[in-house]
Each structure stands twice: as structure tokens, then as C-alpha cells.
Design a protein around this ligand. Sequence first.
Ligand SMILES: [Zn+2]
Length: 328
Amino acid sequence: MHSVRIFFFLLISLPSFAQNDRRVVDSLVLEHPNSTQKVEKKRVAITIDDVPNTRSFEENGYQSKLLHLLDSAKVPVTIFINEGKLDYGKKRKNVKLLEDWIERPFVTPANHTFGHSRYSAVGFDEFVEDIENGEELTASLAAKHNKNLRYFRFPYNDLGKDSAQQVQMQKFLSDNHYISTPFTIETSDWMFSAVYDRYLEKGDKEKAKEIGRMYVAETIRTFAFFDSLMRHQYGRSVNQIYLCHDNKLNEDYLSELLLGLEMEGYAFIDLDEAMRDEVYHQEDNYWKKWGISWCYRWMKPSERRSTMMKEPNLGGIEDRYHKEMEEK
Ligand SMILES: [Zn+2]
């Protein structure tokens, strides 16, 4: 159902994409000659962290390019909000931006703390305060638009430094009617975005474009990796949850990524539907603070490390990121 909309959107709403970058679509088609054959549907929920990007909003003359893109694509998304971001620039306009996001029928609003603190570093009391501050405005805007605030995601997916800290916070969340939100796939889009921004700052549009395309290609490759991992573990494709951010890279390349995923046979579902998959009803047996995929958390520790080593290396973006940041 979303397929037609995305295609339509790409062809009519992005003339620069349709004309100048038409070869991207052509190359995707050529690379996937079987894309029209009927294949088993794979499913993914798109989740976007660190919303709203008020910095980009101001730079774009108080337009949210990402929200406009999603208006056309009509893909369901869950947004993880940091209310602290409203304090950047013009607060009144930023609050309106937040409401613009929340009121969209395809958007599920969720809490990501006020100030994006790291739980293992700040401890229980300070983190609870950050959660509570993070819902002040969001809860009332959600209620105004007949939505619930049920999902929470830990910044950095840092669930706590050890089992005691993790159990303590999980209890707080469930007592307060929050669901701790997992993810299965992420591809360090924040790192691609930082390098992308850097090239644009330097006026090197070609290199920026190269990074954007690399993000799309490497993310699709990583989806294939996790799908094959889950098929190996469970004998089937599972409902995936993709984590990305409200950043400039996604403003410019999320549409291409959605198109590519669709050509790989993915249908876009909302988070409620994704979480109905029974894989999400099993125990997370990982007690460290690192923000690894839930696909790894469900594994036996003995399998985990060797499997993680096989994950695609994202085209070496990490090295480019460090090089660009050092030069800055
Ligand atoms: Zn975040």
C-alpha cells in the first residue's frame, strides 16, 4: 500500500531526484532484476530518534524537510522526542514544530528523555528526572491529538551499567506505563550525517552525495545481514525495527532508503505491529551498557561476539568520520 505512494512521491515531489538522479533508480532496478517477482514480505517499523531537529529547522527557514518527506511517503514512524531541543533558537516556533510532528496521523510520539542523558553515567534519580521532564509538553500534545505516550527509548540504548541498574529502571518504566523500545537495525546514520554535513560545509557536493549514497547502500546491505541472521536463528524473517535520526542526511536520503528497502521486499509497519512479533516477547539477557541490536541481546553470550564481528563494516565510514572530525 505504501509502495505506490513512495514511488509517486519520488517522481513528483523531488524533481531534482527524478531528473538528475534518475540513474539511482535505474541502478537500483538493474541491481535487483527480481524485484518485481513475488517474494515473501519482510516488514520493518521505522523509528526516528532525537526529534525535533530544531537546528536544521532554523537553517531551513523554519521548514522540516524530514516531516515534509514523510507527509508524501506516508510511512508510519515512531518519533523519540527530546524536549530539550525546543530550547534551541525560537521556542514558540519549535513547539509548533513538535505539534506538527505529533498531530500527523502516521506519527506515534514517544519519550527519549528531555536532555538525552546516559543512564549508566547519571544514575537512577537523575535519569528518572530526565524522563519526567521529557514528557511535560509531549504528553499534553499527545493527549490533545488523542494519542498515548507509551514508548520510551534510552538515549544511546544504554539500559544501565549492570543488571541491578537495568532491572530498577525497567520497573520504573513499567510502573509508569512505558514500554522500553528495542531496535534491531541501525547503521550509525549519525556518523554518516556528520561526515555528510562536513562535506557540505566545505562546499564539496560530490563527496557529500557519495556519502549519502553510501548510507543508503550500506544500510540495505545491513538489513540483508540481519534478515539472514534472524532466518538462521528463527527460521523466518522477523519484524525489524530500524533506528535512525532526525538529521540532514535523512532529510536528503531517507526517501531513497525507503525506496531501496521496498525493492528488497520490505513493507512498512507501525511499532505496535512490529512489537507483536514474538521475538520481542523473549528475555533480553544482555546486562552491559552498550547500545547493541536486540538481535544480539537475545543471543547466547558465546555466540554474540563472533556474530557481531560478521556485521558489514558500513563502507569504512568510521575511519572517514574520525579523519573529518580531526581536521575540524
Ligand atoms: Zn538519541
